[in-house]
Design a protein around this ligand. Structure first.
Ligand code: AGP
Length: 565
């Protein structure tokens, strides 16, 4: 989703900010812009489409940039950030959503302010301008402070005025990279890691400003706080696609190693010991991460550990039962998913402990976790999550006490992945309009995840469902040649075959992912480790997207880091 990068330093910051915006583009965006100050004069540039790194504007030592993923208003130049105050003295970029922007806009309109976009963000520079002009010293920081007090919702903001850069964070990530003579304010560390791995992480409600070579930080109660720098141990993707045509394909192939990395993370025993102290575990995530929770719940329940999967966006049903007797395991690749952050805040208020299975170090959810189980998958750039899913499955298996021979698993993946890829290329002929994917127990997770992959990057309607549910409705959609992928595990094989036969007798085309073949399969994909049975589906989704001419790394309407609710 939207990305922020801001720079203050002795050099001209335009190159850094433009290249920084490029490094943020993995988050997904539709328009972009920058604003800087030259001789105390504000200039800005914004446009739709892809970031271009040719220098624009004027030399500036203080500069802000933004990539926008639209929420309020269409993809237009006017709606792109930065937004500038009517007097053209203040520019601001914003991530998140201002819930009360309509009432603020109305108030400002009554004061004579004009608005030129459909965004919620445009109120920000104008409100800062309003409060700046209202105070006797015409002090920008005073105006900024009054503004953030008025805003409701979620926001990470960077605003500039003459030689001052102000910033604030409420329910949307923002951190400060610190290097010799320069600072960088950003929504994640990707744009500045080449310059420094030292960063100050802002907490909820923190705000501050940089002026005349000094940084001032405050908490939500306006109490000055110390700028504590931490080191970020994280490699952003410097090596590019490494010879693969897309990041997604590279990340699918990387699973040969990432499974091993996930198993190597050191906190499993600690987390297992902790889990034993509680009567129930809630496993919470969104999208792919929720699908991983479905498998996790199955692994744990089979070991008599009560584990309930919860969709982060539907957590409200569970809130009345949040209490200290339960523990929560959260799963998030980005560590920034707004739906999940809300659940965690509620759980913490109820005194619950949080175990985080998170990929991005230093992310909001990483920092909110009491016990961390790092996925160790390295940066995932493709919007469609792939390696993070199998890393999470590996961690859940270990938490459930399974003995995983990760070296063997990795060797097997390496042997099979090219074969699965070739099969995916053959199978795309069979999948035109609709696809159904069935599974049972943990393989319900694999079925849902296969369908999600196909939907999000090939735009083919795909439904993942519990095999036993077919006869309760979906069977009505099965007719001649409708493709159905059936994912079997040792325990569920017989049931799955029975369901597959019901489909076959109605003309369906059965693609079996199984440890051994069966006469009911029209097409057989052999996979002896069920937790790998998502990989053929990932490759199928990828090849479907390619065959239709879509870019699998950047599916329409979706973003990598879903920081709004
Ligand atoms: C997966 O392919 C999707 N891009 C999406 O469902 C994603 O898994 C979801 O938004 C949760 O993200 P997170 O793991 O970063 O919290």
């Amino acid at each position: 989703m939207c990305g922020i990068i801001a720079f203050v330093g002795k050099e001209d910051g335009r190159k850094f900010v433009l290249e920084g915006l490029k490094k943020l583009d993995y988050r997904g965006y539709d328009s972009w812009g920058i604003a800087g100050v030259n001789n105390d004069e504000l200039w800005h540039y914004k446009t739709t489409g892809l970031v271009k790194t040719e220098l624009i504007g004027k030399e500036s030592h203080i500069i802000i940039g933004h990539t926008r993923w639209c929420t309020h208003g269409k993809v237009t130049k006017e709606n792109a950030h930065p937004h500038v105050s009517n007097d053209e003295k203040i520019a601001a970029v914003h991530n998140g959503i201002i819930d009360n922007y309509l009432e603020l806009k109305e108030m400002l309109e009554k004061e004579g302010y004009k608005f030129y976009s459909d965004t919620d963000t445009e109120v920000i520079p104008n409100l800062i301008s309003y409060y700046t002009n209202k105070n006797p010293e015409k002090n920008f920081i005073e105006g900024f402070k009054q503004t953030i007090k008025q805003l409701k919702g979620s926001f990470a903001i960077a605003a500039l005025h003459e030689k001052t850069l102000a910033f604030a964070r409420v329910n949307s990530p923002l951190l400060i990279g610190v290097a010799e003579g320069e600072i960088y304010i950003a929504s994640d560390a990707a744009p500045f890691l080449e310059k420094t791995n030292k960063a100050v992480f802002l907490n909820e409600g923190d705000w501050g400003y940089y002026e005349k070579g000094n940084m001032y930080l405050f908490d939500k109660n306006e109490k000055p706080i110390e700028a504590k720098t931490e080191e970020i141990h994280w490699q952003y993707n410097e090596q590019g696609k490494n010879g693969y045509s897309h990041f997604m394909l590279k990340e699918i192939y990387e699973q040969v190693n990432t499974i091993v990395n996930a198993a190597a993370q050191p906190n499993i025993q600690n987390a297992k010991d902790e889990i034993k102290k509680f009567s129930e575990i809630l496993l919470v995530g969104s999208g792919t991460s929720y699908n991983a929770c479905l498998a996790g719940a199955s692994f744990l329940s089979k070991k008599n550990i009560k584990a309930i999967p919860v969709l982060a966006s539907e957590y409200q049903l569970h809130v009345p039962f949040f209490d200290k007797e339960k523990i929560m395991i959260i799963v998030s690749q980005s560590g920034e998913t707004a739906d999940l952050i809300e659940v965690v805040n509620e759980a913490k208020n109820a005194g619950m402990k949080i175990i985080g299975i998170i990929n991005v170090p230093g992310s909001t959810l990483w920092r909110k976790s009491d016990i961390l189980l790092g996925m160790n998958a390295g940066q995932e750039i493709g919007v469609a999550s792939t390696k993070a899913y199998t890393s999470t499955l590996t961690i859940f298996s270990l938490l459930a006490g399974e003995k995983i021979d990760e070296t063997e698993l990795s060797k097997y993946t390496n042997e099979k992945i090219k074969e699965w890829h070739e099969q995916a290329k053959e199978l795309i002929q069979k999948i035109k309009k609709d696809l159904f994917v069935i599974g049972k127990e943990e393989a319900l997770s694999y079925a849902m995840e296969t369908a999600l992959k196909v939907k999000e990057i090939s735009y083919i309607r795909a439904e993942g469902l519990a095999a036993g549910e077919l006869k309760h409705g979906t069977l009505a959609l099965i007719e001649e040649d409708v493709p159905v992928i059936s994912i079997a595990t040792k325990e569920t094989r017989q049931d799955l075959i029975n369901n597959a036969l019901e489909i076959k007798s109605r003309g369906g085309f059965i693609i079996g992912i199984d440890s051994k073949t069966h006469p009911c399969y029209d097409y057989f994909i052999s996979c002896k480790y069920p937790i790998l049975s998502i990989i053929p589906g990932q490759l199928l989704a990828y090849e479907l997207a390619i065959s239709k001419g879509y870019n699998p790394d950047k599916p329409r309407n979706l973003a990598k880091s879903v920081t709004v609710k």
